[in-house]
Design a protein around this ligand. Structure first.
Ligand code: ADP
Ligand code: MG
Length: 641
């Protein structure tokens, strides 16, 4: 039957042409025509309702027919088509036009749900500066717009960033995600001499790329990639009415036939067909989702996937990353301490450390470099930079191999952290500092201690989540004392320290298989697997870390996460609205069917009842647009007082 498809293509293409503007125009024209039909005297030569039948009804009938013939697919539209034809057959043009109009309105709103999510992504791409790190003669770096990069210029790409140009790797090695080009998200290794394409996502190493083409089309590909990832989500909003379509069609035909057999009244059975049409049912879900996404956007969230809010409504736990998520991500270096008697002084170790971190995308690495600059330290140029997510960095500085990272990283390099004891590790840890170990050529040389302040809104957010019955958990790659200190300050009762990225993911997996859906909130490359795995992933820290934003379902555009509890409450409110809509429209349909069988309703009255139902559903959904969680109301009242 698939082979019949091309036969109908010219027809379906013709009907699809014109896009949203055409659809809106058709709907408005049809509504006016129906109004005329309703008000006009009965003896007009042609009923204006025909305009609605042709503009709105014809595409439905053709679509349902084509789907039935080519794919044996029974959709809600099939019933609508039958009702349309039956109404026309008995001369009930108004009822026919009315049902067609409402079905088209539902379809339009559904398209808008998806379009809205996609517009969110486009905005995201617009907001993200499309920049490249141009490498100048002396090895210095200047941030320029990606479009302005010219052929043969060299750009640097840090882990977690998109490659801005097509080119050849001239320095460093890494693996990249090329799924924008190949559709495969398997990482591909890249080293010196390899070709690399713009739009691929750099995973672990810092590389330099000599441009073979200018940077103009890089951003387009990135956009394509993001939109593509949202398309996958689109399919998930299955029209409820379509899921039940077969039953609705069978039920309607049986009831209509029954009504005719018992009463012998054809008008009655047509009325039954008309009121059976699931108009408000079709509107129930998409209108609520559109409104809720609109609300979320106003509060600074970009919802990338249409069904993300639906999934968010059932989460039981909120897993927070520490550095950059609960904390501001702009730590201060408390001290760099070399092990006494070694070959480094505190000052010379600071230089090596700053050199090692100077390609790092991690908040800790950036902080170390920033503090070193402020302290006037000379920063040597690094080579062969490699990041190890959740652990640290491995770099060659001034010819020596330097590793900076947490205890786990040192243990994996078969170094015992005992060797660092003389650098005052314990005292720093007791204070809740983040401590990273420094090894040069496989030898313990010293530590760097950093502190990072909590975000202002973290405490309030955690409290509000507990109040909503969502338990926060802290997942961090940092050591136990730092985790404990941060959890205590934020008011989180449960924490997990020394997590590798895969541990964060495994934790979420174990919770979810225990039936406790998790929302993961994170900011970094090391959080990407967990963001992807969790029922809902939310990327914080503004737009900037492409990898985290790409892996998440929702991105927070503004700095901070003060509205997180609102989002959770909103998602639950949305589900409630959907349930109310569904219950209401089903009840209405049943009552209308009963009345139709009893001949209380004629087809026109039946169609009007439908109309009222649909309008009420739309109004109920649109309340979500301006909805405020009671808590945030209370808070703004507090601040006002
Ligand atoms: P979090 O989960 O809190 O965001 P990460 O998983 O990114 O933290 O990092 C875990 C630990 O690994 C850090 O606390 C730090 O000790 C170490 N680490 C990671 N990246 C770096 C780096 N670039 N420089 C120094 N230490 C690092
Ligand atoms: Mg982090």
């Amino acid at each position: 039957m698939e082979s019949l498809k091309p036969l109908f293509e010219p027809l379906t293409n013709l009907l699809d042409r014109g896009g949203v503007h055409k659809d809106v125009a058709f709907i408005i024209l049809s509504a006016i025509a129906l109004l005329c039909s309703f008000l006009a005297p009965d003896d007009m030569p042609i009923d204006p309702a025909w305009i609605a039948i042709i503009l709105c009804g014809l595409p439905i009938v053709v679509g349902a027919f084509v789907a039935l013939v080519t794919e044996f697919d029974v959709k809600a539209d099939l019933l609508v088509s039958i009702a349309l034809v039956a109404s026309i057959a008995i001369g009930q043009y108004f009822a026919a036009g009315e049902v067609a109009l409402i079905m088209q309105l539902g379809a339009l709103l559904e398209e808008r749900t998806v379009a809205r999510a996609q517009r969110g992504i486009e905005r995201l791409v617009e907001l993200t500066p499309r920049t490249a790190r141009l490498v100048l003669e002396g090895g210095e770096e200047r941030i320029v717009e990606a479009e302005t990069v010219e052929r043969l210029q060299v750009v640097r790409v840090l882990p977690g960033e998109y490659v801005p140009v097509d080119g050849i790797v001239t320095k460093g090695c890494t693996s990249v995600d090329e799924s924008v080009l190949t559709g495969e998200s398997m990482p591909v290794d890249k080293q010196e001499g390899d070709e690399i394409s713009s739009g691929s996502l750099n995973q672990f190493g810092t590389i330099e790329v000599r441009a073979l083409r200018s940077g103009e089309d890089g951003s387009i590909q990135r956009m394509a990639r993001l939109v593509q990832s949202a398309d996958a989500g689109k399919a998930k909003i299955v029209r409820l009415a379509d899921r039940w379509a077969t039953w609705i069609v069978v039920g309607a035909l049986t009831a209509a036939a029954g009504a005719y057999l018992i009463t012998g009244d054809i008008v009655r059975s047509v009325t039954v067909l008309v009121v059976f049409c699931p108009c408000s049912l079709v509107l129930a879900t998409p209108t609520a989702i559109v409104a809720a996404i609109g609300n979320a956007t106003k509060h600074g969230f970009l919802v990338k996937e249409g069904d993300a809010l639906e999934r968010l409504s059932s989460v039981k736990e909120a897993a927070f990353d520490k550095t950059g998520t609960l904390t501001k991500g702009t730590p201060e270096v408390l001290g760099v301490v070399a092990i006494p008697g070694g070959r480094f002084t505190d000052e010379s170790l600071y230089e090596v450390l700053a050199g090692a971190e100077s390609r790092s995308e991690h908040p800790l690495g950036k902080a170390i470099v920033a503090c070193a600059r402020r302290a006037g330290t000379t920063i040597p140029e690094p080579e062969e930079f490699r990041m190890i997510p959740g652990r640290g960095v491995e770099v060659r500085v001034s010819g020596s191999k330097v590793s900076v990272g947490n205890a786990r990283m040192m243990q994996e390099a078969s170094l015992v952290t005992e060797d660092w004891r003389d650098a005052g590790v314990e005292a720093f840890e007791q204070e809740g500092c983040t401590v990273s170990y420094i090894a040069v050529e496989g030898e313990a040389t010293g530590v760097v201690a950093l502190t990072d302040a909590l975000r202002d809104e973290s405490v309030e957010t955690v409290r509000a989540l507990y109040a909503l019955g969502v338990s926060p958990v802290l997942l961090t790659g940092d050591h136990v004392e730092a985790a404990r200190a941060a959890a205590r300050q934020a008011g989180i009762r449960t924490f997990l320290a020394s997590c590798r990225p895969e541990d964060k993911m495994a934790y979420i997996e174990s919770r979810e298989s225990a039936g406790r859906a998790v929302v993961m909130i994170g900011d970094g490359v090391n959080d990407a697997p967990a963001l992807r795995r969790a029922q809902v992933g939310i990327a914080v820290g503004g737009v900037g870390n492409d990898l985290a934003v790409e892996a998440a379902d929702i991105a927070i555009v503004e700095e901070g996460m003060g509205q997180l509890a609102h989002l959770v409450a909103l998602s639950r409110r949305m589900m409630r609205t959907i349930k109310v809509n569904l219950t209401f429209s089903m009840t209405l349909n049943f009552v209308a069917i009963a009345l139709a069988i009893l001949a209380v309703l004629d087809p026109v009255a039946g169609a009007l009842v439908h109309n009222c139902g649909s309008v009420l559903v739309i109004v109920n959904s649109s309340l979500l647009l301006r909805w405020k969680s009671p808590r945030s109301n209370a808070r703004s009242a507090d601040t006002a007082a």
